[in-house]
Design a protein around this ligand. Structure first.
Ligand SMILES: C[S@@+](CC[C@H](N)C(=O)[O-])C[C@H]1O[C@@H](n2cnc3c(N)ncnc32)[C@H](O)[C@@H]1O
Length: 279
């Protein structure tokens, strides 16, 4: 028992494990996640309808989206941005590895007679001959990726964009990093039975990596017959560290905001949203 508790409380090396699928594609948690996406009163998984409406309005006006604009949304979830962008006649592709979310997005598109190309796939493996004017990745999903995975995505984005094309994404800021605290707790059916339909004991160990500006929420879920460990990494950024990472991958930040509705940036904001132009 002591040995197991030591394992539960142990701090892995930065990005040592990648378990995003446990969170997003597992049959039980993906159902919980879809509920969170669609729950307007909680800003988890997706933001509120009112916020998304404003964000899409901003994207349409900033990027001059019209019938000729080709947009790809990486980690599109249940299509809350993609379907709205298709309503503005843009040519839209949405990719996500949650089958449940893609199915929801597709059904909503059909119901509203919208043409959206939905692809159920891990975006780290996605390849296409199509080219886009705008690539979006919204709700800080970029922060969940390791440095190597982020490089992979930026390289793909560079290839997939037309000349003059841009990416638009949001990340967590150093102000948000300062608010994070290390914790260690154990609760019966932690997070209101989020992790399983069976009873379980859930451990949450939050580790901060000061040098890397990285936070890990490590969940150990112990059911009667199985134990799972889920690693949720979040990279936090200053404008400078993000600009450097973009430049190393042939993108230049041309505009920055405090969120994806284009509100002016200030150093206290928890998020930074950026437009990165393909160089
Ligand atoms: C925080 S949610 C945001 C969803 C959507 N962008 C929004 O704001 O409503 C992140 C999404 O990325 C998807 N995702 C995470 N990692 C992925 C991967 N490696 N490949 C494909 N989709 C991924 C998840 O399934 C989830 O739908």
């Amino acid at each position: 028992m002591f040995k197991e508790l030591e394992e539960i409380n142990s701090r892995p090396a930065p990005f040592q494990f990648y378990t995003a699928d446990e969170l997003w594609t597992d049959d039980f948690t993906s159902k919980k996640m879809l509920e969170l996406h669609l729950n307007d009163s909680i800003d988890a998984a997706s933001r509120s309808t009112e916020f998304i409406d404003r964000s899409v309005e901003w994207i349409v006006s900033h990027f001059k989206v019209d019938a000729g604009t080709k947009i790809a949304d990486f980690g599109c979830g249940p299509g809350l941005y993609t379907n709205r962008l298709a309503e503005r006649s843009a040519g839209v592709l949405g990719i996500d590895f949650s089958k449940r979310s893609i199915r929801y997005a597709q059904e909503a598109a059909v119901k509203n007679e919208l043409q959206v190309n939905y692809i159920w796939q891990n975006y780290l493996d996605f390849e296409t001959e199509q080219r886009f004017d705008l690539i979006i990745m919204i709700m800080c999903d970029y922060c969940a990726l390791s440095p190597g995975q982020r490089k992979t995505m930026l390289r793909k984005y560079h290839t997939f964009l037309n000349p003059g094309g841009a990416i638009f994404l949001d990340v967590y800021s150093l102000s948000a990093f300062a608010e994070r605290k290390e914790t260690a707790l154990c609760q019966f059916n932690l997070l209101d039975s989020f992790w399983s339909a069976q009873n379980y004991y859930g451990f949450l160990n939050t580790f901060k990596y000061e040098d890397e500006k990285l936070v890990l929420d490590k969940y150990t879920v112990i059911e009667k017959d199985r134990t799972r460990v889920v690693y949720n990494w979040l990279q936090y950024y200053s404008l400078d560290t993000l600009a450097r990472e973009f430049e190393e991958n042939q993108f230049q930040i041309t505009n920055y905001y405090c969120n994806v509705v284009g509100m002016p940036y200030n150093s206290d904001s928890a998020e930074i949203a950026v437009v990165g132009k393909k160089l």
